[in-house]
Design a protein around this ligand. Structure first.
Ligand SMILES: Cc1cc2nc3c(=O)[nH]c(=O)nc-3n(C[C@H](O)[C@H](O)[C@H](O)COP(=O)(O)O)c2cc1C
Length: 130
């Protein structure tokens, strides 16, 4: 996936319905991986016991389509957009949909300070850096 194309990105937080170890997490990821792969959407999904935080990037039309489907998904609610905009390069070019459950002190990241911090935390998690 080209890293230098202009894309749109969104970061949102929503409230989970199911507990941390619920199988629905896998269903969500499978659906996300399949569709995001086709649409060339990339990003990252994280969750703790209360919240999902997802970073999603791609071409505007595809991003809008998937975001409106995702917003109606009954496995979460109260979606709040934390940041969105255009960017010159993808942040997660290699990820159809990365995932990391978050526990312990990292919960601060999902409690949401600011979008840049969240993105950095997610990138570190995706690279195995914690
Ligand atoms: C937190 C969360 C994140 C999701 N992220 C994506 C995503 O990135 N891409 C996607 O295609 N679907 C995503 N989904 C799943 C879609 O909402 C779901 O597949 C859609 O509602 C269509 O349902 P279907 O799988 O029955 O076709 C997500 C769902 C949840 C709850």
């Amino acid at each position: 996936m080209s890293k230098s194309e202009q894309t749109e990105f969104v970061i949102y937080r929503s409230e989970v319905i199911h507990p941390q170890d619920h199988l629905s997490n896998l269903d969500i990821l499978r659906a996300a991986e399949a569709r995001n792969g086709m649409l060339e959407l990339t990003g990252f999904l994280s969750r703790d016991h209360r919240h999902f935080v997802q970073f999603l990037e791609g071409q505007t039309e595809d991003l809008t389509k998937v975001m409106s489907m995702t917003e109606r998904d009954p496995r979460h609610h109260s979606m709040k957009i934390l940041a969105s905009g255009r960017q010159d390069a993808r942040q997660f070019a290699d990820w159809d949909m990365g995932f990391a459950p978050v526990t312990g002190d990292k919960q601060q990241a999902l409690g949401c300070r600011n979008a840049t911090e969240i993105r950095t935390q997610l990138q570190n998690a995706a690279r195995g850096g914690g």
